[in-house]
Design a protein around this ligand. Structure first.
Ligand code: FAD
Length: 386
């Protein structure tokens, strides 16, 4: 077996990205001051505001890296990194556009029919069109090749039947990029017979049922397809080529700053309070946390650099996601241990609110986007250990 080395190149922020950071910070400060949003933990996966997303689109901060000829802004991955990083740090309500901007848009640009691309992409860039990911099913999660939701060929298109599960944000989305079985499973070629489709979630036969999480919030769904008709031109890429596409999406899905900044708002608020507490334990805990964030950020930025080169760093992304999501759990546990009792027991104020939401949401961090056990298996194989 050939062993590929992991690459995390050192990346220097270009001047344009440094200037942009100030612009984004100013926008966020104004929005917050004007009541445009209240900061939330895990904002990219639980704070949905189409109105806010439209404002982000108007600023030119969606589809930033996409080619201008398709309606994008032709900017660098590092500039996009700065925007996403600042939005996460502020706990802004970015959920509506997050998936479309991160991974569905690039897939549509690369694989959709030109007229479908031209219809959808400018709307994503404007913050007026949102997408969900339809990979997992009731009996298919880690073993994604076993998906059973079927698309059967009919006149002029495909008839879809089955159920997708945990579809984040589908209740507020226009389209789902959906992995479907287009020919029967073959145990000898498990990754074949799968295709990706762009499904309009307003189509007859689609029903979306919200699933409440442990805190009672609905942010993911069960999406059912009953004889849903999808026109031929809404197949993404080649029929049967779905697996390769899904794998290509994972570097975008797993490497970004959302994997270690979901609870940053909790840290920020805790720091405001703890800065006056000079105890040795507090200093030690905060020092460890900051050192880990810096390391993870350096690795995640390295991946943004690789994306800028045109690479598809799935393995590096798996390594970052594994380390980053474990860190997110550790961060909240450590903060709980040093925060004063009156904060832990309080039901009012920003810090108690983001801490509570962070604690309720963080167990999902090591599951969504691929579990850590599965990521470790991939990494071990890459290192030639399995
Ligand atoms: C908050 C949240 C949001 C999500 N959003 C989406 C979404 O938008 N779209 C979407 O398609 N999916 C989404 N998912 C689904 C997510 O991708 C799956 O939950 C995940 O891939 C695991 O699949 P599973 O839940 O079926 O668990 P299983 O695959 O059944 O795994 C159960 C356990 O077995 C372990 N395991 C399984 N296989 C192996 C193996 N080979 N080696 C070692 N251990 C293994 C796993 O690590 C896990 O601990 C979301 C999940 C969550 C929690």
């Amino acid at each position: 077996m050939s062993v590929t080395r992991f690459r995390f190149p050192f990346v220097e922020m270009p001047e344009a990205a440094i200037a942009l950071r100030e612009e984004v910070r100013q926008f966020l400060a104004e929005e917050r001051e004007n009541g445009g949003f209240v900061p939330m933990a895990d904002c990219w996966a639980s704070a949905m505001s189409p109105e806010y997303s439209r404002k982000v689109g108007q600023r030119g901060w969606l589809g930033m890296t996409w080619d201008k000829k398709y309606g994008g802004h032709g900017r660098t991955f590092l500039e996009r990194y700065v925007v996403t990083e600042e939005m996460l740090v502020a706990g802004a309500p970015v959920m509506a556009h997050w998936i479309a901007d991160r991974q569905s848009g690039p897939q549509i640009i690369k694989h959709a029919q030109p007229h479908v691309r031209d219809k959808v992409i400018p709307r994503i860039v404007a913050g007026e069109c949102f997408c969900a990911i339809g990979m997992s099913e009731p009996n298919s999660g880690s073993d994604l090749a076993s998906v059973a939701t079927k698309a059967e060929k009919v006149d002029g298109g495909w008839r879809v039947n089955g159920t997708k599960l945990w579809s984040t944000g589908a209740h507020g989305c226009d389209y789902m990029i959906t992995l479907l079985r287009t020919s029967p499973p073959d145990e000898k070629a498990r990754h074949e017979g799968l295709s990706q489709f762009i499904i309009d979630l307003k189509s007859p036969g689609v029903s979306i049922r919200g699933i409440a999480d442990i805190g009672g919030q609905v942010h993911f769904n069960e999406t059912q397809f009953e004889d849903v008709f999808v026109p031929d031109d809404y197949v993404l890429g080649e029929v049967g080529g779905g697996w390769k596409m899904v794998v290509g999406e994972l570097a975008l899905e797993r490497s970004g700053p959302e994997r270690f900044l979901s609870s940053f708002i909790v840290l920020q608020e805790a720091m405001r309070l703890l800065v006056n507490d000079p105890s040795e334990k507090t200093r030690q805990v905060l020092g460890e946390i900051v050192a880990k964030i810096k390391t993870l950020r350096r690795m995640s930025l390295g991946i943004a650099g690789l994306l800028e080169e045109g690479a598809s760093p799935e393995m590096e992304a798996a390594l970052v996601k594994d380390g980053a999501t474990l860190f997110e759990r550790e961060l909240l546990e450590k903060l709980r241990a040093i925060l004063p009792q009156h904060v832990l027991a309080s039901s009012s104020g920003l810090l108690p609110a983001v801490l509570r939401d962070g604690i309720l949401r963080v167990p999902s961090s090591t599951l969504r986007g691929g579990t850590n056990e599965v990521l470790k298996g991939m990494i071990a194989r890459q290192l030639g250990m399995r």
